[in-house]
Design a protein around this ligand. Structure first.
Ligand code: HEC
Length: 497
């Protein structure tokens, strides 16, 4: 077994692919007062005073596997009793006092941040399995929050009032509304309020809308009575749908959606300088100073004294409970939101926000064979990894000399055309053997993987740099940003169009 889920369970192969790879975030908190913690990935943890059975200072340990690279490096497979899951983030929470385990007397509230809200997501509890992995069980729905209610009511309002003329991803009677707040006058919500309340009045004084009306040949209906709150809910819903990763490819490939409306500018007005067609730029999310990986040299250890008196405010307790609401931020005016999935935990351990893959639009039951090319006869672990969906599955059957993913109905449910990576890993006599290959998911396919010798250090380094044999293991979510530029201008460095 080479998965490591707790420190007490040392395995013979410490790295890679163990949760030991993840940075251990430690917080020293006082059991006598309410505590709010924001983690490296922006999860928020709320602890009531007296939550532990021991008074005084409690050490809280957190690990997070949120990004594709972290999930792969930690070897945390995303399956529930063999059924593949896509993850929205995993978190490990444990507490000790002076090295001893403590008991939880009150539930701890956890908020997991996300770029988008997906109503199919549930909270699963992780349990270690004998067969070198983790099984995610006992799903519960996340708590209803102001945000999730807002998103739901936005969907209902959109369906009843707007869907007859608008689709989010396709032009119909009216334009596709994906990323609508990134274009034209709509970067200011006040314009959207006026426009939706009274299109003729807005169109009369705005050249962007005039051009749009001419292009679509009809004017949109007025909604004089709709409240600002309801418009906000609709716009939040549209924004959330636009952010979902399964739609990211649409945004990249189907540029004519925003471009249609953007290109109108130059014909009608000098007011907006014609932005180049591809004016929506995708930028990687800025990297935090601290590493998410357990690279000793990179991690700044928190400054802490040897012992805390009961009333010392611990150094590494960054936020007071009273500041909590400011941390949550507004749902409407942030690109990334805090606390999209809220839930309570009553025991320590691993928790995972995920959804079953089967049933999603665009998925299919795939027959996937892996053919390893290797001379040595050693047992290999074969993984399937879909970075964009944060899905990590382990092969569970051999058919002849091929490895097979037999998860449900003689196959594995996956998103068609999704980017996927097959990864094989084994060891013998302190040597590491691995192979990797990248492909696009089809109905039935055999992926060939050449296995070669390497070292733990080499693979660990490759995982940190998110590059292995030229294959990008990152593919983290990019932030959308409008940068106005002329078509001839070179694009800013470090952007993806
Ligand atoms: C009867 C059809 C119809 C309905 C219903 C309708 N729209 Fe429209 N909408 C249009 C048309 C046509 C246009 C483009 C011409 C124009 O601006 O009038 C448009 C344009 C828009 C635009 C500008 C899009 C862009 O690309 O810049 C927004 C935003 C918008 N509508 C939002 C809404 C919302 C929100 C609702 C529901 C509350 C809604 N619409 C309901 C027909 C409709």
């Amino acid at each position: 077994m080479f998965f490591l889920l707790s420190c007490s369970n040392k395995s013979s192969l410490p790295r890679p692919f163990s949760s030991d790879m993840l940075a251990s975030q430690e917080f020293f908190i006082n059991n006598g007062s309410d505590t709010l913690i924001e983690t490296l990935h922006g999860s928020v943890i709320r602890i009531k005073e007296g939550s532990f059975n021991i008074s005084g200072t409690i050490k809280l340990q957190i690990k997070e596997a949120f990004t594709a690279a972290e999930i792969l490096a930690s070897g945390l497979t995303t399956e529930s009793n063999g059924r593949p899951l896509r993850s929205g983030g995993m978190i490990y929470i444990n507490a000790t006092a002076a090295g001893e385990a403590v008991e939880l007397l009150k539930p701890i509230k956890v908020s997991i941040p996300n770029q988008y809200y997906d109503s199919a997501m549930q909270i699963f509890k992780g349990v270690e399995t004998d067969s070198s992995g983790i099984n995610w069980i006992d799903p519960i729905s996340p708590d209803n929050t102001e945000q999730s209610n807002q998103w739901r009511s936005g969907k209902d309002l959109f369906m009843s009032k707007c869907a007859s003329c608008h689709n989010i991803f396709k032009n119909s009677t009216g334009p596709a509304l994906k990323d609508v707040e990134l274009r034209g006058p709509w970067t200011d919500r006040n314009n959207l309020y006026s426009y939706i309340h009274n299109p003729p009045a807005f169109i009369a004084k705005n050249s962007y809308s005039q051009a749009l009306k001419n292009q679509y040949g009809s004017m949109m209906s007025s909604f004089p009575d709709i409240t600002i709150r309801d418009i906000d809910a609709i716009l939040d819903y549209i924004k959330n749908e636009s952010n979902k990763p399964e739609n990211a490819t649409d945004a990249l490939l189907n540029l004519d959606i925003p471009a249609d409306s953007v290109n109108i500018f130059d014909k009608t007005t000098e007011m907006f300088k014609r932005p180049c067609k591809d004016d929506t730029i995708y930028q990687p999310i800025p990297k935090p100073k601290q590493s998410f990986f357990n690279v000793e040299s990179e991690i700044e250890q928190p400054a802490m004294s040897e012992s805390f008196g009961n009333d010392t405010i611990p150094q590494n307790n960054p936020v007071k409970a009273s500041d909590m609401e400011s941390l949550r931020g507004g749902f409407t005016d942030r690109l990334s939101t805090n606390g999209m999935y809220d839930f309570e935990i009553k025991t320590f351990g691993w928790y995972n926000v995920d959804a079953f893959v089967e049933g999603y639009d665009g998925t299919s039951n795939v027959k996937l064979y892996v053919q390893l090319q290797m001379e040595l006869d050693i047992s290999m672990h074969v993984y399937l990894f879909c970075p964009d969906k944060k899905l990590l599955s382990v092969m569970n059957e051999k058919r002849g000399d091929q490895y097979y993913f037999n998860k449900i109905n003689d196959g594995i449910p996956l998103f068609m055309t999704d980017r996927a990576v097959v990864f094989a890993f084994g060891s013998k006599d302190k040597k590491i053997y691995y192979g990797i290959n990248e492909f696009s998911v089809q109905g039935e396919q055999t992926i060939s993987v050449r296995v070669k010798e390497s070292s733990v250090e080499e693979i660990t380094q490759a995982l940190f740099s998110k590059q292995l044999d030229g294959i990008d293991l990152g593919i983290e979510k990019k932030v959308r940003k409008i940068i106005k530029h002329q078509c001839d201008d070179p694009l800013p460095a470090d952007t993806l169009q």
